[in-house]
Design a protein around this ligand. Structure first.
Ligand code: IPE
Ligand code: IPE
Ligand code: MG
Length: 264
């Protein structure tokens, strides 16, 4: 692992960072990390660049963090890339954002294959432009047999939309006699969500200093640990991720109960 992480072309990963990775690996790692990648626009504005330059730079961070998360041993990485509300943005920005998955996947698909990464997508796929759908579908098909990190893009995703779709499907199944009202349980609801094949996120990260969920995984985050940073997404790096993981490892997850040592 040590050798693997020290890449000739990636000097940012220092020996010091490797030590932190190795220490983190001795403890329970979060299986599933979800990230609200925010702050691309502000990153660009600070440099007097157009907002889309921030999105482009943010794509490099996606590449870097995906590779690193896989090497650390994270099982699932869910990245919030476009929300159901992001259509409100200027047409030119939306068009650029809809080209990004294509650009990312065309450039990095061989690399993702090499790293054994499986690409998935959740969100309202039907409403995506044809070219975006095509690129993502191709990547999902090509990487379907990979069993390393699951890289799950939330694209045109909204948690409320997801819940509405789930409720409609449940209602239809009841109407058609496939199930009864008493069959509705938490597990059953899980099976109607876009995350039905995934574990719940253990750790949620949001960059850029915003402290809100912006319609992201409202059901699934019920017992997730949250970590917020002021760092803008294009500046987010391996050290930020390891810091988030270290903080996670210090948390006491109680799930409403108490620890044995607290029972007296
Ligand atoms: C996050 O960066 C990317 C998307 C929402 C697509 P923003 O574009 O929201 O950046 P800020 O929040 O304006 O800085
Ligand atoms: C959330 O960021 C969506 C993504 C990161 C894709 P936004 O920038 O759209 O969220 P708000 O508008 O600040 O809540
Ligand atoms: Mg934002």
């Amino acid at each position: 692992m040590l050798k693997k992480l020290i890449r000739k072309n990636d000097k940012a990963i220092s020996i010091y960072l490797n030590e932190r990775v190795e220490n983190a690996q001795k403890e329970q790692l979060p299986d599933h990390i979800a990230i609200i990648m925010d702050g691309n626009g502000r990153w660009a504005k600070k440099r007097a660049l157009p907002r889309v330059a921030g999105h482009h730079e943010g794509m490099q961070t996606v590449r870097k963090i995906t590779r690193f998360a896989n090497e650390v041993g994270i099982k699932t990485l869910t990245l919030y890339a476009f929300s159901t509300e992001n259509w409100k943005r200027p047409k030119i920005e939306v068009e650029f954002l809809m080209r990004l998955p294509e650009e990312f996947l065309n450039s990095y698909l061989p690399e993702l294959m090499e790293q054994n990464i499986q690409v998935r997508m959740m969100g309202n796929i039907e409403l995506l432009p044809e070219h975006t759908k095509k690129a993502v579908t191709k990547a999902m098909e090509q990487t379907a047999e990979n069993n390393g990190l699951i890289l799950n893009f939330a694209l045109n995703y909204g948690s409320r939309d997801e819940i509405v779709q789930a409720v409609k499907k449940i209602a239809l199944d009841i109407q058609e006699g496939n199930m009864e009202i008493n069959d509705i349980t938490e597990n059953n609801i899980n099976s109607y969500l876009m995350t039905k094949d995934l574990s719940e996120p253990d750790l949620l990260i949001r960059t850029s200093g915003e402290v809100r969920l912006s319609n992201f995984m409202l059901w699934q985050l019920a017992y997730t640990e949250f970590w917020f940073t002021d760092t803008l997404w294009p500046d987010f790096d391996q050290e930020c991720l390891i810091e988030a993981i270290e903080t996670f490892q210090k948390r006491n997850r109680r799930y409403g109960g108490i620890k044995e040592e607290e029972t007296n």
